[in-house]
Design a protein around this ligand. Structure first.
Ligand SMILES: Nc1ncnc2c1ncn2[C@@H]1O[C@H](COP(=O)(O)OP(=O)(O)OP(=O)(O)O)[C@@H](O)[C@H]1O
Length: 679
């Protein structure tokens, strides 16, 4: 078996499973091996039912009190039952597992293990695993990998497949020179891959992680260094002059640009006017007003007779920008068009035609913008919104579309300067370090679920005063389907609680793009006052009239993620509020959430978060996922990042060629970061 082989060669993986694995971007054996656990589950002992705590995972040994009930709610089958041990009773529920009705027998003792949640005021274990004594005790205190999943793929499917591959594959060829391994105290590739999936203990897992993260950062910085070298300060084909329209737009804005915005705008003008190609990153906290600076740059490109694009991570955002740009630019005679994946073939074809013939100046869209079929005419400026989804590769693919256009990247990730210099090695950095002066600081509170009625009353009060609110629903990791169902259920309950005059709608990842856009449009127009949503409320959504965000299960998010979510409010002149509802009473959770409670400053939060979370602290909290590293976290793994960067710098062209010979897929890996032919 070889890394390049298709996953179809694994015994037990049929066509259907293969298709489902493809949805997780797993096509080859290598992809599977690099589908790292997102955490580890550690089985602790059996405890009495009476000690159940909301939000925690528990194992109980119990028997059925009554026979199993099933009911159908929309397209979900819900199986539920009550079990008892000597200390008390507990309700259990499963989704879409109707067969349990016949397999669970009265009078038999089972071990159930799962997360305790509160439903209608009662504690319930949701989706518990049912284990035999032997299975349970075999797993006790052993780190079990927990993989990112998709519909049709269980954790068991992946871990079984990985086990089989590890038994058959030879991974002893290590591309990383021995000296580097020695200098930075890194285990071999072979050991790392084996132990990241099935670690002997936490210490081994940490060593495996360190090596894999080192590789991620090493290859990334290698690619960046190359990119930087190849770019140099190249001559630009597009020299953009300042235009009177930009000055007019600045004058017409309902606010004055902050000094930080003015400074960044000047830097951009200088970049695009001095004859070299601009490669610039604008970094600014959520809501600091990056968009208007990008808008000015686009107007300038259009008024110089060129095209410009604005590429964002989601369709909802693309539409939001498209609509506001169209409104802003019409009076300047600048034509804007939208290009997103969900458009019909006919619509897309029309867009391609208008782009190619330069009937439009500004194109706003998602990754559809970089598809091969799009041909631009004099594309002078590419702006991407780097909310963790666009890596160097996409940036380059876009750049290659034009005759080397100017590139502007916007990021709301608060990265300390020393790290930013490494991570954005090929870019100059501008920082918007000042919020608009009309902003009031967001008021925060951390509460438990008992506070919900008060929170709902508060939302009602704000809505009656003309404002709007977001409610972010509990996170469900098992399946998007169940998550969607939760959102619908939550919305129904909220409708029962709040007055009928308040329009409440929901948004979740399973909805069609058109439905999502429609809901967002109506929320923007204040036809919807309360939006219940999963985290699909993406970074960048801008509804300044929304003043409350209530986040359920706040304990399950990383602080960076919470800060981004919170950034959906406090974007206008009104006092805004963030209610963090925590489903856990643990001291660590309280400490973590307290950081957000205390501060609204992204840099401060990131650095405090770092102090609390040690490196490799991957239990329980969703990682920030910045810049597409599979395991590496730029904050907690900053030391590894610095080391990897240092090591990459020592590599000469010949060294790289040498190690690529040893490991042919290394070249591909580097390319996957850079999108550039390096070798
Ligand atoms: N100088 C300013 N004074 C007052 N309001 C401003 C100013 N600049 C921008 N705004 C307004 O602030 C809001 C947030 O701005 P914008 O959407 O550009 O934020 P952002 O930096 O892109 O944030 P995010 O990272 O969350 O997307 C918008 O409604 C915008 O109109």
């Amino acid at each position: 078996m070889e890394g390049k082989d298709s996953i179809g060669v694994i015994k037990g993986i049929g066509e259907k499973t293969e298709k489902n694995l493809n949805k997780l971007d797993i096509y080859t054996i290598n992809d599977l091996l690099e589908h790292y656990p997102r955490g580890y589950d550690v089985y602790e002992g059996i405890i009495p039912i009476i000690t159940a705590k909301e939000g925690e995972i528990m194992a109980i040994e119990a028997s059925l009190e009554k026979s199993v009930q099933t009911k159908k709610v929309r397209n979900l089958t819900i199986v539920s039952c009550t079990v008892k041990d000597q200390s008390g009773f507990m309700n259990l529920t499963w989704f879409n597992m109707p067969f349990l009705k016949n397999s669970l027998k009265l009078g038999t003792h089972y071990i159930f293990r799962g997360r305790v949640v509160r439903k209608n005021g009662i504690l319930v274990i949701e989706q518990p695993a049912i284990l035999s004594k032997e299975e349970f005790y075999n797993r006790l205190n052993v780190l079990q990998p927990v993989y990112p999943l998709t519909a049709g793929i269980t954790n068991h499917t992946i871990s079984k497949a990985v086990k089989q591959v590890l038994a058959q594959i030879n991974l002893t060829e290590d591309y990383l020179p021995k000296q580097i391994r020695k200098n930075y105290n890194l285990v071999t590739y072979n050991q790392a891959i084996r132990e990241i999936h099935f670690p002997k203990d936490k210490e081994h897992m940490m060593k495996a992680r360190k090596r894999i993260i080192f590789d991620e950062f090493f290859l990334f910085t290698l690619a960046l260094n190359k990119l930087k070298e190849s770019k140099g300060k190249n001559q630009s084909n597009y020299i953009l002059k300042n235009t009177k329209e930009c000055e007019e737009l600045v004058k017409e804005l309902p606010y004055e640009l902050t000094n930080a915005q003015k400074k960044v705008w000047r830097e951009i003008q200088n970049d695009v006017g001095n004859g070299t190609i601009m490669n610039r990153l604008i970094q600014g906290d959520v809501g600091s007003g990056k968009t208007i600076v990008a808008v000015l740059a686009l107007l300038m490109a259009a008024k110089n007779g060129y095209q410009g694009t604005l590429m964002v991570p989601t369709e909802v955002l693309a539409r939001q920008h498209y609509e506001s740009l169209e409104e802003l630019f019409t009076s300047y005679g600048v034509k804007v068009c939208l290009l997103v994946g969900s458009m019909t073939i006919k619509e897309k074809r029309e867009a391609y035609e208008r782009i190619k013939s330069h009937k439009v100046d500004i194109i706003v869209g998602t990754h559809a913008l970089i598809q091969e079929k799009v041909e631009y005419d004099q594309l002078a400026l590419v702006i991407t919104d780097e909310q963790h989804r666009f890596g160097v590769r996409q940036r380059e693919a876009m750049a290659n579309k034009g005759l080397e256009p100017h590139i502007l990247v916007m990021s709301a990730t608060p990265i300390p300067r020393t790290l930013a210099i490494i991570l954005y090695g090929d870019l100059d950095i501008s920082i918007i370090d000042e919020l608009p002066s009309n902003r009031l600081s967001i008021k925060n509170c951390v509460v438990n679920s008992g506070y919900r009625p008060t929170a709902y009353k508060f939302i009602e009060k704000e809505v009656l005063a003309g404002r709007q609110a977001y409610v972010i629903c509990p996170m469900v990791e098992e399946s998007e389907m169940i998550e969607a169902e939760n959102v619908i259920e939550y919305t129904d309950k909220l409708k029962d609680t709040l007055p009928g005059s308040i329009n409440i709608e929901y948004l979740h990842g399973k909805m069609k793009a058109k439905e999502k856009n429609d809901i967002m449009d109506r929320f923007k127009k204040n036809e919807i006052q309360v939006l219940v949503s999963t985290t699909v409320i993406e970074v960048g959504v801008n509804v300044p009239n929304a003043t409350v965000i209530m986040i359920e299960n706040a304990e399950r998010f990383g602080l960076a993620g919470l800060h981004q979510l919170r950034g959906r409010v406090g974007r206008g002149k009104y006092q805004s509020y963030c209610i963090l509802v925590s489903g856990s009473d643990s001291k660590e959770t309280k400490e973590r959430l307290e950081i957000l409670n205390k501060s609204n400053d992204g840099f401060f939060i990131a650095s405090e978060d770092l102090k609390l979370r040690g490196p490799g602290d991957m239990f329980g909290v969703k990682q920030s996922g910045i810049m597409e590293f599979k395991l590496g976290d730029i904050y907690t793994d900053a030391t590894i990042l610095k080391n990897a960067n240092e090591a990459a710098k020592t590599m000469s062209e010949a060294d790289i060629a040498q190690i690529c010979k040893k490991q042919p897929n290394l070249g591909e890996k580097i390319m996957s970061y850079s999108g550039n032919t390096l070798l």
